[in-house]
Write a new protein. Structure first.
Length: 335
């Protein structure tokens, strides 16, 4: 083993000495660097004489409605490219057939051109419309009633024929339902627990299971009779019994509130901009003083009289409306 190590050591030493006697080999010449110039606007598809460049393709995507652009630039990119290519090939063949000079095509092209220019003008006007924070705040203050909210509970006592009447439960006449509702209200005014009575007595089982809780609602989210009483009642009070097509309601208002300004600011700004844009467009038309050919645009004929029908003996129930607890619209609730 030692002998082998010595031989290896001598061999390494001899190699080192021999290497010192040799002249160093000249360094290899540096390889030529290839300069690759990337096309800033590459051709991304070819088909016959048709070439589609990246900028043209992406401009076509931007012309799509906003909800489709993300798809066309993502997983649907190839699919849109296929559709776009078909259009380009058909247009190329049409050009070779001289269809661009067909009188009907020329009319359509002129109309499309005017429409595009008009759309560009609308965007230009829209970008110059001044909408300040003061304008938005003023719109909020002037329409504050729209943003009023009420947090309330209720107990519903249904009468016979009500859409809210519970199957298997004794049906009450109108008078019986009203008397029961008045009695429950007396108990509540005397200090009875609202949540417990709601769970026990309410025919609106949805809110009843929550102790009568309706959460927070705004104008237009409840049937009119219910809304009027709820918004007129002070916080902490139990309203007089109110009748709707569903029965008699005992309402307890817990809080009056308003939708916060910040949560509706963006919507108000959009509405104001739309209103001002419409006013600007109407002003352009009014300034031009349009005159219409009355012979070509005659006034519309008066509406035909509706045929007379016999009134029903009893009014139909409005089954399209829901009990007060369920007539909320799908608007986001205040957290």
């Amino acid at each position: 083993m030692k002998k082998n190590l010595v031989i290896i050591a001598l061999a390494l030493a001899a190699t080192a000495v021999f290497a010192q006697d040799k002249k160093p080999a000249p360094a290899p010449a540096p390889a030529e660097k290839k300069v690759v110039i990337q096309d800033a606007d590459p051709v991304i598809c070819t088909a016959g004489d048709v070439k589609i460049r990246q900028s043209e393709f992406e401009a076509a995507i931007k012309s799509l409605p906003d909800q489709y652009q993300a798809f066309a630039m993502g997983q649907g990119k190839k699919q849109f490219a296929e559709d776009y290519l078909r259009m380009k090939l058909l247009a190329d063949k049409g050009m070779k057939d001289n269809l661009q000079n067909d009188p009907e095509v020329v009319k359509q092209l002129d109309l499309m051109r005017e429409n595009l220019v008009a759309s560009a003008e609308v965007k230009k006007i829209e970008n110059t419309l001044p909408i300040t924070d003061a304008d938005i705040r003023k719109a909020y203050d002037e329409n504050k009633k729209e943003y009023e909210q009420v947090t309330a509970r209720h107990i519903l006592i249904a009468f016979k024929g009500s859409p809210a009447a519970q199957a298997g439960k004794k049906e009450l006449t109108d008078d019986e339902a009203k008397a029961k509702a008045e009695d429950i209200r007396k108990q509540l005014v005397a200090g009875a627990d609202f949540a417990e009575l709601a769970k026990k007595e309410s025919d609106d089982t949805g809110s009843g299971n929550r102790g009568g809780d309706l959460g927070t609602f705004g104008h237009g989210q409840m049937v009119p009779e219910f809304e009027t009483v709820a918004f007129a009642t002070k916080a902490g009070e139990i309203a007089p019994v109110v009748k709707t097509q569903y029965g008699y309601h005992i309402i307890k208002v817990e809080k009056h509130d308003s939708t916060p300004y910040e949560s509706v600011k963006a919507t108000l700004e959009k509405n104001l901009k739309t209103k001002k844009l419409q006013e600007a467009i109407d002003s352009i038309k009014d300034t031009a003083k349009p005159v219409f050919n009355e012979a070509y645009f005659p006034p519309p004929p008066p509406p035909a009289a509706a045929p007379a029908t016999a009134a029903p003996a009893t009014p139909k129930s409005d089954v399209t409306k829901k009990p007060a607890a369920d007539v909320k619209k799908d608007a986001a609730k205040k957290p």
